[in-house]
Design a protein around this ligand. Sequence first.
Ligand SMILES: N[C@@H](CCC(=O)N[C@@H](CS)C(=O)NCC(=O)O)C(=O)O
Length: 217
Amino acid sequence: MLKLHDYWRSSAAYRVRIALNLKGLSYESHSHDLRSNAHHDPAYKALNPQGLVPALDIGGHVLTQSSAIMEWLEETCPEPPLLPPAAADRAAVRAMAALIACDIHPLNNLRVLRELKNDWQADETQTKMWAKGWIAEGFTALETLVGQHGKGYSFGSEPTLADCYLVPQVFSAQRFGVSLDPYPNIRAVNERCDDHPAFVRAHPRHQPDADTVDSNH
Ligand SMILES: N[C@@H](CCC(=O)N[C@@H](CS)C(=O)NCC(=O)O)C(=O)O
């Protein structure tokens, strides 16, 4: 049985939940509450030296980094494919994924926002503006890419890895109060995914460790 080191509101873990569901793989979820720094626990750091979620225990090995985990899923469980057949198309999907994973998400991560507040005395409004600014810059480019490549989903007419990244990033953007009005292509893909059972089951509010009353902390 696959064991996912998870947290309901982690967007990197959310990506992996979507991919596992799209592949039809069952897994056990082990939650680490980021608010209480459960991910800093030495026992967890022995599994993932970065102390970040997600990590996937595949029995004998623990995989870290959501992109590496999802590539492993794609290699070991190729059906249904989450990458298109042509190499250039695969590069386009990976580029959309990297735009989110490398150029948006790390700038808005919990530890970065905590450091802005604690070490650089940024207040709530300033950290929010920081996060929203980087999301807007990334989404502006992603909007164009989805317009070029999407036919219902981010790339083509079937879910790909790009959607596994887009949907959690939209969820996170909405928590920061980003409007999707300037991004109709991104919004349409997100709405399409909202109707897909693999995405619905992976949604933070459907996770066993989710708060019953959502807070923004
Ligand atoms: N590049 C990593 C990012 C993982 C990551 O940043 N996870 C976040 C939750 S989305 C985390 O554990 N944050 C804890 C912290 O910032 O202290 C991946 O894709 O797996």
